[in-house]
Write a protein that binds this ligand. Structure first.
Ligand code: SF4
Length: 221
């Protein structure tokens, strides 16, 4: 019996050492990414983030790095491992999900339980122009009132790729939902958070929109 406890104790210590090693390795990969702007071993880094998000973030914050860099690097890592697969999907089979907080505070649109916020293209915010242009490329655009709608949209439209804009918590959650469903995903973080009239870098969004898209081909089709 004593021997059994000893073996269990040794196994527990080995598991603990492996976990600590993996967390430290995740922190190291983060620090290399932060210093160089490159993402070594992105697949392993992504897996470590999924498994050890809280301890890695805790250590990174204790080192003194701003959490906003942490969030932004995590999204970049996820984008980098999904980019090639995303590019292969034609825009007609992609969807874009935008958060409702990007709208004008005077937005007249109503909420549909199926489609999310139904933009009337009133022109009070940039979404009108963005929606019109991306729909010309073939995209379907949804404005969502919350993260729970993401699953609904995936179920209803069955996209082959997703481009999402959101605050970190919603974006990271959405990316994980897409990865679980094996749907290539690209994400853009909001520049400001809050419930109304938030800001995103639309150039960054357009960069993702046009990944793998031959605009001339779209124009001529
Ligand atoms: S353009 Fe669309 S989303 Fe923007 S305020 Fe008007 S109805 Fe709302």
């Amino acid at each position: 019996m004593i021997l059994t406890f000893e073996i269990i104790g040794e196994i527990a210590i080995i598991i603990l050492i492996v976990l600590i090693f993996l967390i430290i390795f995740g922190v190291l990969l983060f620090l290399i990414s932060f210093k160089t702007g490159k993402y070594p071993l992105p697949g392993i880094f992504s897996g470590l983030i999924d498994a050890f998000y809280s301890p890695i973030r805790f250590i990174v914050e204790k080192i003194g790095l701003d959490p906003k860099y942490f969030n932004s690097i995590l999204v970049d890592v996820k984008n980098s491992i999904n980019r090639d697969s995303f590019k292969k999907v034609p825009p007609k089979e992609r969807v874009i999900v935008l958060p409702q907080c990007l709208r004008s505070i005077k937005c007249p649109a109503k909420l549909s339980s199926v489609e999310g916020i139904e933009c009337t293209k009133c022109g009070l915010c940039y979404i009108k122009e963005f929606k019109e242009k991306t729909e010309t490329l073939g995209y379907k655009v949804f404005i969502l009132p919350g993260g729970t709608f993401v699953k609904r949209i995936l179920k209803g439209t069955k996209p082959k790729a997703v481009l999402g804009v959101a605050c970190f918590i919603d974006l990271f959650e959405g990316i994980k939902i897409c990865e679980k469903a094996r749907i290539p995903v690209q994400g853009v973080l909001l520049k400001t958070t809050g419930c109304v009239e938030t800001i995103v870098d639309w150039d960054e969004v357009w960069e993702k929109v046009l990944l793998g898209v031959d605009v001339n081909e779209v124009k001529s089709s």
